[in-house]
Ligand binder design. Structure first.
Ligand SMILES: Nc1nc2c(c(=O)[nH]1)N[C@H]1C(S)=C(S)[C@@H](COP(=O)(O)O)O[C@H]1N2
Ligand SMILES: [Mo]
Length: 187
């Protein structure tokens, strides 16, 4: 077979599998479902989080939290939930930072399958008080999360908790901010 023919056969087969596999059927009907979370970007060890892999990490259990909307309305309360610190997840991925003086320029974007995204800075996670509370939650009141995907990012110490609550989390991306040249460099 010629190279080109082999390539088109492979392309056809992958398309076929993508279109008709049971996975894509599920992805289509439950587009908000997020079975795993991909950790990627400026990290040494990109990896994929599953509920099983999270359970092997340092799991913390918290009690009595309310989902409070920006309007002040309490949407929901949770008696207990279990999750892993976003900081511990980043430590497992090992952020690549050749110059620590630039640490203030690193950012962590928590993304969801419906594109409701929340941004954290490296400094607030590692040096701020909220860093001890920003959790990727996988269990609520003793049960796996279902309606809101498998993973929900939540910061119980936020004054208003709903805006930084991310349901259907599917990606955590580490990047460095794009800076315009500083005036010093312009001179
Ligand atoms: N993935 C995702 N997470 C989200 C949102 C969303 O639209 N998508 N909405 C946010 C907002 S504005 C609120 S108030 C809370 C609760 O949203 P709900 O009451 O509409 O479920 O989830 C937050 N997290
Ligand atoms: Mo909201």
């Amino acid at each position: 077979m010629k190279k080109i023919e082999r390539f088109s056969l492979a392309a056809f087969l992958s398309l076929f599998l993508l279109t008709f596999s049971p996975f894509s059927a599920q992805a289509k009907s439950e587009w908000r479902e997020s079975e795993t979370v991909r950790v990627s970007g400026l990290v040494e060890n990109p990896f994929t989080i599953t509920i099983e892999s999270l359970k092997k990490m340092n799991v913390s259990e918290r009690r009595n939290a309310a989902i409070v909307c920006a309007s002040g309305e309490t949407r929901q309360t949770m008696q207990s939930f279990r999750g892993v610190l976003l900081r511990d997840i980043l430590d497992a991925a090992k952020i690549v930072m050749p110059n620590s003086r630039e640490r203030g320029e690193y950012q962590i974007l928590v993304r969801s399958s419906d594109s409701y995204n929340v941004l954290f800075s490296y400094d607030e996670l590692y040096f701020g008080a909220a860093g001890d509370d920003i959790l990727l939650v996988f269990e609520e009141d003793g049960k796996p999360i279902e309606k809101e995907g498998r993973f929900v990012l939540f910061c119980p110490s936020d004054k208003v908790t709903a805006p930084r609550l991310v349901k259907w989390v599917d990606r955590i991306e580490v990047s460095k901010i794009n800076l315009a040249p500083s005036t010093a460099q312009c001179k």
